[in-house]
Design a binder for this molecule. Sequence first.
Ligand SMILES: Nc1ncnc2c1ncn2[C@@H]1O[C@H](COP(=O)(O)OP(=O)(O)OP(=O)(O)O)[C@@H](O)[C@H]1O
Ligand SMILES: [Mg+2]
Length: 344
Amino acid sequence: METSTITTTAQHPPMRGALPPASVSHTDIRATPAPASDFVIQTGALTKRYGQIVAVDALDLNIRRGEVYGFLGPNGAGKTTTLRMLLGLIRPTSGKVSVLGSAAGSSQSLLQVGAMIETPAFYPFLSGEDNLRVLARYSGVPESNIAPVLEQVDLLGRAGDAFRTYSLGMKQRLGVAAALLKDPALLILDEPTNGLDPAGMAEMRNLIRELGHGDRTVLLSSHLMGEIEQISDRVGIISHGTLVAEGTVTDLRGADRLLIRAEPFGEARELLSKLVGGHVSQENDMLRIDDVSGLTLNPAYVNRRLVSAGIAVHELRLERASLESVFLALTGADHDADKENHHA
Ligand SMILES: Nc1ncnc2c1ncn2[C@@H]1O[C@H](COP(=O)(O)OP(=O)(O)OP(=O)(O)O)[C@@H](O)[C@H]1O
Ligand SMILES: [Mg+2]
């Protein structure tokens, strides 16, 4: 667990629109593109306006085959609107979308896409299994697919009960089962842990991780960075309809750092410079060593070296980098995207 202080200073100024360390901006990711066939989803300047409101603003998404991609953004950022456009449920105002090499919403792409958008709707008086039967018939999927997907989401035991008797977590799991019926190459889940308790969230996270194994691509939206951080291979952060950062969790998170207050300051600085070279710098009255994990530096070792050189160590603190601080810095985290309605 990350228990140390989280910082938003220096590297991650708490400013809306600020970018994380230069190496993780999404333009860099695009500088070394994978071959086109490796992208399951590509959008170019994808835009959706509702009157004066720009819900999605010139969004460029590139999602690779086989990855679990976390689409992270605060309420009103444009996540659901984007996912709806990918599924052809709504039309873009402008821009391009390609899903599995076909146009969004085309029958070729929909045959291979399973989705759960917002809260899934089912017939309340039909059992979970019968609800899936209706869906299977409708989409031409063999009924033999039903039992395995119920098993995958751990609903076999309650499959015969009416949907209306399900707990919220079970309803969400049935939604995932429905999305899995086609054994889709691409699974799109919009806030799959919405409304679940911590245990239900953990179960759903495990399920998604399992579903993301192998060739299947999973695109998952959430406003909870902790959740995205635990599941995703790569993360895209959306704010006001625009992708403000993209990269692996490790890339986005930035490096851990060690802060040291010691006396005499000059001697401490000199000794640390010998230990880590250019990685030591000054922050207020403290010395800072960046990229502690990259240097595989043990704080206890640093402490021992300072003390045995006769230097008094008043404070020594490891600051764990967190995706949360980056997310808050990038999105403003005031959840006011809804209110501001970012007019064009
Ligand atoms: N049908 C619509 N008509 C008008 N405005 C809409 C419509 N759908 C979405 N919007 C607006 O577009 C913006 C983005 O909404 P969207 O639902 O995509 O956000 P979201 O990221 O999914 O948020 P949440 O985390 O709350 O689900 C919001 O300002 C929303 O009010
Ligand atoms: Mg939404």
